[in-house]
Write a protein that binds this ligand. Structure first.
Ligand code: UDX
Length: 438
């Protein structure tokens, strides 16, 4: 099929490249000339495992092209996906739909009858209806509008796209359902379930899924706090409850709080939707508060591990991105942590395998090291903030000897307390027994 993908951000680029890899003819369009020039020259705007090879292979075969010319991209396309950003609107938590509606207005000038317009961006319930209204106002008829939310995790986006747990399609017309069934047909070989729903329902599924995962994380984080008070181990609690099929083992890793471009934004947008229709969503509201407070509390946690005072202390921070395998710094727990430590007078030496460029723009007055070992050298404490694979097998003995203090704060529970202590470190995990055992 011929597909146009509007927006070459994270979702648009991954989806466009994967559709092309299925054998469809895809044109990705973006207003950012620099981005499109880069993509045409093989330069990826984001760091995502496997993306560059996938883009290059499909571009070489002529199935994937990049342009700034929206009319040219849309001409002849049977389906037009909208994958532009829907950031949190400044000040009120609503999803900002400016880019979506701008794209629709441009689209309206050139779209042919019979085309299916599909929102892939995360958009509030009712956005599909609004898109339909705009198209109608612009004189466009015989165009179906469908919702097909994405559930990609950064760092694993290509695998997630090709092996989805499910494909959600919200559509009101059979014509749109048929088009989307055809687009995703290659995945049915892997028996990926496709769930057809009403359009508004599909829009809500995306928010409900992310909100539920956020609840799960905040739940286990609060249980971790309880473990620290009653001398229990949160990892065993997570395993003990996760073996119950009704609960499941995933998203029960206690840590410094969730970050990223989706959970913080989508939970706020869900709350705004609920408030707009006068329905309470107390669980999600509390989850947002728990997570915000937790991220801020991490600096204090590090200070406590250092005996309460970090002024003049040198702290090696390992990992800055909001999670491993991405250079994305949006809402990363490292941000309030580092800012909090700087405010308390600490000196920071930080290392991240790929997020340095993004991080440099965010922090003033911190040092960036070239390796985990360099960040730890001479430090009073080392804090693991992002569980990159390369931080999982550090030589703790060598690390301890290179440090000036001996505090290891492991905010991702990567290490075993016994191993760390044998290496001569004072170990502080999350929810693993009393916070200050001595
Ligand atoms: C998420 C959803 O998983 C995805 O389906 C959706 O489409 C977009 O949002 P992503 O933001 O890439 O994906 O990251 P994810 O792997 O879900 O992690 C989000 C945050 O939660 C990270 O900060 C991560 O460290 C944290 N997390 C996750 C935990 O603290 N504990 C966990 O058990 C799982």
């Amino acid at each position: 099929m011929r597909i146009a993908m509007i927006g070459t951000g994270y979702v648009g680029l991954v989806s466009g490249a994967c559709f092309a890899d299925f054998g469809h003819q895809v044109t990705c369009v973006d207003k950012d000339t620099g981005k499109i020039d880069g993509l045409n020259g093989g330069v990826m705007p984001i760091w995502e495992p496997g993306l560059e090879a996938l883009v290059k292979a499909n571009a070489t075969r002529g199935r994937l092209t990049f342009t700034t010319d929206l009319p040219a991209a849309v001409e002849g396309a049977e389906a037009v996906f909208i994958a532009v950003g829907t950031p949190t609107r400044r000040g009120d938590g609503h999803a900002d739909l400016t880019f979506v509606f701008e794209a629709v207005r441009e689209l309206a000038k050139v779209i042919a009858p019979g085309t299916v317009v599909v929102t892939k961006s995360t958009v509030p319930v009712g956005t599909g209806d609004e898109i339909e209204n705009i198209l109608r106002q612009e004189g466009v008829t015989e165009v179906s509008v469908a919702s097909n939310p994405e559930f990609l995790r950064e760092g694993a986006a290509i695998a997630d796209f090709k092996h989805p747990d499910r494909i959600i399609v919200g559509a009101e017309e059979e014509h749109a359902r048929e088009a989307l069934r055809e687009i995703y047909r290659p995945l049915f070989l892997n028996r990926a379930p496709i769930l057809f729903t009403a359009r508004r329902t599909a829009e809500l599924i995306k928010y409900a899924a992310n909100a539920f995962l956020a609840v799960k994380i905040s739940f286990i984080n609060e249980i971790a706090d309880l473990c620290e008070a009653v001398d229990a181990d949160v990892q065993d609690v997570a395993r003990g409850i996760g073996l119950d099929n009704r609960i499941g083992p995933k998203f029960l890793h206690a840590g410094p709080g969730y970050g990223g471009s989706c959970f913080p934004k989508d939970t706020l947008a869900l709350l705004q939707t609920a408030e707009g229709v006068g329905v309470a969503q107390r669980i999600v509201k509390t989850t947002v508060e728990v997570n915000d407070d937790r991220k801020i509390a991490m600096a204090e946690r590090v200070a406590r591990a250092l005996g309460g005072e970090v002024k003049g202390k040198r702290i090696g921070v390992l990992g800055l991105a909001f999670k491993p395998n991405t250079d994305d710094m949006r809402e990363a727990p490292s941000i309030p942590l580092i800012k909090g430590l700087i405010e308390r007078g600490a000196e920071i030496s930080a290392f991240d395998p790929v997020a340095r460029l993004q991080a440099e723009a965010m922090f003033d007055g911190i040092e960036f090291a070239d390796s985990a070992e360099a960040a730890a050298a001479n430090a009073d404490a080392v804090v693991i903030v992002t569980e990159w694979d390369e931080f999982r097998a550090l030589d703790l003995g060598t690390l301890a000897r290179s440090m000036r203090g001996k505090t290891l704060v492991d905010l991702r529970n990567v290490y075993d307390r016994g191993d760390a202590e044998r290496a001569g470190l004072d170990y502080f995990g999350v929810g693993r027994g009393r916070l200050n055992p001595s």
